[in-house]
Design a protein around this ligand. Sequence first.
Ligand SMILES: [Zn+2]
Length: 283
Amino acid sequence: MVAAVFITAALTYCINHLHKPEDVPGIRVSFIDVGQGDAVLVQSGVCSMLIDCGEEECASDVIHTLKSRHIQHLDYVLGTHPHSDHMGAMEKILKAFEVGEVLVSPVPEELVPEDAFYLNMLETARKKGVPVTQVSAGQVFEIGSARAEVLAPVVPGDSLNNCSVCTLITLGEVSFLLTGDAETAEEQSMLDSGVLRGVSVYKAGHHGSKTSSGKDFLEAIHPAAVVISCGVGNSFAHPSDDTVRRFMRFTDNIYRTDLCGTITIESDGSIFAVRTERSIYDN
Ligand SMILES: [Zn+2]
């Protein structure tokens, strides 16, 4: 009997240990390679926020990445805007994990999509009892010891891209600016509202498109590093050469998921270190 109790206790310990989520010291931001799309996992302590998750066919890759980090629960899943390259996999994410809250962009009624990926995601959230909340500029979410502040949309967007939820994620002196597919108009609204300041890492808006990352915007955020999330040989020719040249006026630290695979950045709040799945020289 004693042996049985011991074995049961040992098994319980092993199972708990196996499923224990990582306790990330400081902050870790992973730009998951989902081809032409965005998927960004923010972890601090045992808390996590998934910002976008790529096309539906990327769901198994994203789920695998999260499970390899022993994640079973996501505190927040944020969809920057309802385009399939950002939210196509979200229904499957909601089915695969416990999710605390879904955060979505405030989209004007005439732009609300009727695509199956979006409607099915909302239906799955409803069935699982996961609250879906529209976020607005000024809201702040805690992710462990880090904070995510919503900077935009400040005004209703004129397109889904310009409805992108833009977040500034900060730990100590290190910050990450994620702008979804925000283009010039939404960048200008952030300039006008005076919320921009120098950032450590900027995830290039709209996959490095020429319609994003304008000169004035880049001067305001003065990024120390840039991450571009885009697919190999994508049909949009992202990133634009002109945009990459604009980045190079501020930094040579430019990382691309099409060249480097998943890009992981860790920080203690004072310095940050970048790790890539592949070396750029492997390509
Ligand atoms: Zn996109």
